[in-house]
Design a protein. Sequence first.
Length: 190
Amino acid sequence: MRAAFKAVADSKQIAVLTPTTVLAFQHFETFKKRFAAFPTRVEMLSRFRTPAEQKVILADLEAGKVDIVIGTHRLLSKDIKFQDLGLLIVDEEQRFGVAHKERLKEMRKNVHALALSATPIPRTLHMSLVGLRDMSLIETPPRDRLAIQTSVAPFSEELVKRAIENEMAREGQVYFIHNRVESIYSLARW
């Protein structure tokens, strides 16, 4: 957010690339909220926008009327033209394919780039360790974030039931991971 704000303050455009429509929408809502007090136009390009809306956004982007554009793979299309792109932010870069990464390389030639990842892949981590890529860590959790509690125990229906009920009672989230494809449906029914 701070890098985007600095780029906008320097009259540069920002592109935020995400691998999914849901993530694009989440970033869009966050950017809109955080930049609401400033004369900054934030737009989104994804399947949540009609072709007519996208056409207007593309024209305004090229004319420099859009400061921050957030989108999915749509941002990598050849018809995307920026008046003065200064910063490219890529969230979860490892989720993009080879063709997309080639387009990203083209875009990065003339702009500053930030790659975000909650789970850096070994290659990216290695590149940072040998000095080919800078990496910084955000180690401060968001406000009101509860610590993850992990316990290792033999499978027990009662333990699983109790853990899920406790988490639901506090209005939390539960992710149940099962590593056997052949029995996943029977476990889901359970």
